[in-house]
Design a protein around this ligand. Structure first.
Ligand code: PBG
Length: 321
């Protein structure tokens, strides 16, 4: 035998020398859930050890993130029921929770990259990502609101907006409105290949944003489709997306690699709430080694082609890196 592959695996020193993929704090975007109130830090039932923060505690949290080497956050808000309507009117409130959250973060840590979720579902009385008419989700009426929402986030100080709705043409409509208002520096991270996944369940608990009727299959992608993900992503890039995203992570790593090979903009992956909940639950039962499985999955996501990962494990992971 001339070739023995085990020679390159024989010690940690040689293994680390030939390792092709490694994780660093630079890889992560930290999702943050924000609520109204004072001194609130509520654990999300289906997301153990993950919390919703009121603005006063958010400040402390982002300082901690920054000090641990995490430099980007993706903000979501839990909107009080009484402020929800079909058009997502509250989303445009210059003094709304999202807008205040952005300012709070930027005040606490000016260098922190602030990304905001742009979609109507947390604001929608129907829990859908678009305006509803006769049981249908309207496309073009929705993108107009999304663009105004994005502009409002950027005015509050967001560096990037992250449209997660999957309406057609929304990247162009958002980009044009930002340019028209001279916010040419604001970036767009598009959820380009976002699947109609059952893995979003815990997130919808976190924000109380589950669809009131039906499902999201008329706008989010069919998990059975692969070619379509490339088409969606290339369109978003043509419309002005700076970063494209695949979501969820683990079940869609083939898509991540396809897209990484097909595009020349950075590719992000969202390891979603259900992926987090699965590991936490199995670890609680003692059936899986939490840290080992977490790092294995994050490494696999990066190996598949993700240049950045939005993950609820970001804090846990950097402690081990
Ligand atoms: C809202 C949105 C969702 C997620 C991110 N933005 C839920 C959905 O589309 O229903 C899911 C994130 C997660 O599960 O961690 N448009």
């Amino acid at each position: 035998m001339l070739i023995r592959n085990r020679r390159l695996r024989s010690s940690e020193a040689i293994r680390s020398l030939v390792r092709e993929t490694s994780l660093s704090p630079n890889d992560f975007i930290v999702p943050l859930f924000v609520v109204e109130g004072k001194d609130v830090k509520e654990e999300i039932a289906s997301m153990p050890n993950y919390f919703r923060y009121s603005l006063d505690l958010l400040e402390k949290e982002v300082k901690e993130l920054w000090n641990s080497g995490l430099k980007a956050v993706l903000v979501f808000v839990k909107v009080p029921e009484k402020l929800k309507d079909n058009e997502g009117t509250e989303a445009l409130n210059a003094n709304g929770l999202m807008q205040r959250a952005v300012k709070t973060i930027k005040n606490a840590v000016p260098e922190m990259l602030v990304m905001t979720d742009v979609a109507l579902d947390p604001y929608s009385s129907y829990g859908h990502d678009g305006i509803v008419e006769n049981g249908e989700i309207l496309n073009d009426a929705t993108t107009k609101v999304l663009a105004k929402m994005a502009l409002s986030h950027v005015k509050a100080g967001a560096d990037f907006v992250a449209p997660s709705d999957m309406m057609d043409g929304r990247i162009l409509v958002i980009r044009e409105l930002l340019e028209k208002n001279n916010y040419d520096k604001a970036g767009i991270m598009s959820y380009s290949a976002k699947y109609a996944s059952a893995f979003y369940g815990p997130f919808r608990d976190a924000l109380d944003s589950a669809p009131g009727f039906g499902d999201k299959k008329t706008y989010q992608m069919d998990p059975a489709n692969r070619e379509e993900a490339i088409k969606e992503t290339l369109m978003d890039i043509e419309e002005g997306a700076d970063i494209v995203m695949v979501k969820p992570g683990l079940c869609y790593l083939d898509i991540v690699r396809d897209i990484r090979n097909a595009v020349d903009v950075p590719v992000a992956v969202y390891q979603v709430s259900g992926e987090y909940a699965m590991i936490k639950a199995a670890a609680e039962k003692g059936w899986l080694d939490h840290d080992a499985v977490m790092l294995e999955q994050l490494t696999a996501i990066k190996r598949a082609g993700a240049q950045m990962i939005a993950s609820y494990f970001a804090k846990d992971a950097v402690k081990l890196l």
